[in-house]
Write a protein that binds this ligand. Structure first.
Ligand code: CP3
Length: 345
């Protein structure tokens, strides 16, 4: 929490996006008995898979086990998570009238299991719990495309053809994200991350006109809670300066942008999170180590939360992640200057 706020820390903290996923045998064992939504809707199972990577890897934070599509399902959008594919929506949004299918989200009524899981985790864990929600562009893309897309062509076509409708849709989705994030914070989450994973497909002007206002409304709506926030997307190199004005405390950086460049593009005072290429974790340890040290050196001693540039790949060896946690923790600071790492692994 201190690192997200840019305050001095003893060592750079570390967690991994998708740390509670298929790379862990503990997760695969639970998943063999229950599907993703069954896990999410069972506080005991969701807490078990959330805690597994904290125990196994020694990370400094837990991220609630859920999915960005959970609030959509909770307001009645029929969807399925297809293994190896992603979220698939039964009836994609194709007409103006479809907007009427998005009702407002009341977390404690529509998805009480989320708050219950967060409360259970806060009770069981010593490390902070990170809550999260899907960003408005990413959720709009799943709704409009009907599933994952490489080009997000239908989504961008709607944005160009019917900008008012598109902005109304994003405003509605921002309302859902805000309600979801507030409920998680009120249940005890210590930090919140907005995953607008696919927003990097937009040019800066389209982003500023069509996505930034909805995003600002989310971070504005969280301010009274005084919970630190992270704003993350993939392929956002050209958008970082603008994303940095949305109102979050930190911005998540993917692996394409060197940390020094990310810092230069962001307004000063913002913290950064990231940004080791997840694929590096499939390389020999010496390479992982060298690349991780480069991230640490470039990000500098303050206002950095170490993470990957995107989620852990299922084929990642958890032992590599565990050694990475040790490496980050062993990397000390003397009077504000990086010293040689105290390698323990
Ligand atoms: O450990 C964690 O990070 C917490 C859990 C988490 C999940 N999804 C569980 C999950 C989080 C934070 C998410 C967010 C999420 N979901 C995002 C934003 C982060 C990102 O990756 O950019 C997105 C875009 C989604 C949508 C989604 N859900 C995708 C693309 C997939 C993968 C489909 C596949 O099988 O490859 C999912 C399913 C999903 N969500 C899995 C997990 C562990 C894997 C599927 C399974 O176990 O069946």
């Amino acid at each position: 929490m201190r690192a997200l706020r840019g305050l001095p820390v003893e060592h750079t903290p570390v967690w991994f996006m998708r740390q509670a996923g298929r790379s862990l045998s503990e997760y695969r064992a639970v998943r063999a008995r229950a599907n993703l939504f069954e896990i999410v809707r069972s506080p005991a199972l969701a807490a078990e898979v959330t805690i597994a990577p904290v125990t196994r890897l020694g990370v400094d934070a837990a991220i609630l086990f859920s999915d960005i599509t959970v609030p959509l399902a909770a307001v009645g959008i029929e969807l399925e998570i297809v293994p190896g594919v992603g979220p698939v929506i039964a009836q994609p949004f194709r007409e103006p009238a479809d907007l009427g299918r998005l009702r407002s989200f009341e977390p404690e009524r529509d998805a009480p299991y989320v708050g219950d899981t967060v409360r259970l985790l806060v009770h069981e864990l010593e490390v902070p719990v990170i809550g999260f929600a899907g960003g408005p562009f990413t959720l709009a893309s799943y709704l409009i495309e009907g599933g994952p897309s490489k080009t997000h062509a239908r989504t961008r076509a709607l944005m160009y053809s019917h900008p008012d409708l598109f902005r109304d849709l994003l405003a509605a989705l921002a309302g859902i994200a805000l309600a979801s994030l507030r409920a998680q914070a009120l249940a005890g989450a210590s930090a919140l991350q907005l995953f607008d994973s696919w927003v990097g497909v937009l040019d800066p002007g389209s982003y500023s006109r069509n996505v930034l206002p909805a995003t600002v409304s989310i971070f504005d709506g969280l301010r009274d809670l005084d919970v630190p926030t992270v704003y993350f997307g993939v392929g956002t190199g050209e958008l970082l300066g603008r994303m940095g004005t949305a109102g979050s405390d930190a911005v998540g950086i993917d692996w394409r942008v060197p940390m020094e460049a990310a810092r230069a593009r962001l307004p000063s005072g913002l913290a950064v999170q990231g940004n080791l290429d997840p694929v590096v974790c499939l390389a020999p340890w010496d390479v992982v180590r060298e690349r991780a040290l480069r991230v640490l050196r470039q990000a500098g001693p303050a206002g950095h939360v170490f993470n990957l540039g995107h989620g852990v790949l299922p084929e990642t060896d958890p032992e590599t992640l565990r050694r990475l946690v040790d490496l980050v923790h062993g990397y000390g600071y003397g009077q504000g200057h990086l010293t040689e790492p105290l390698v323990r692994s």
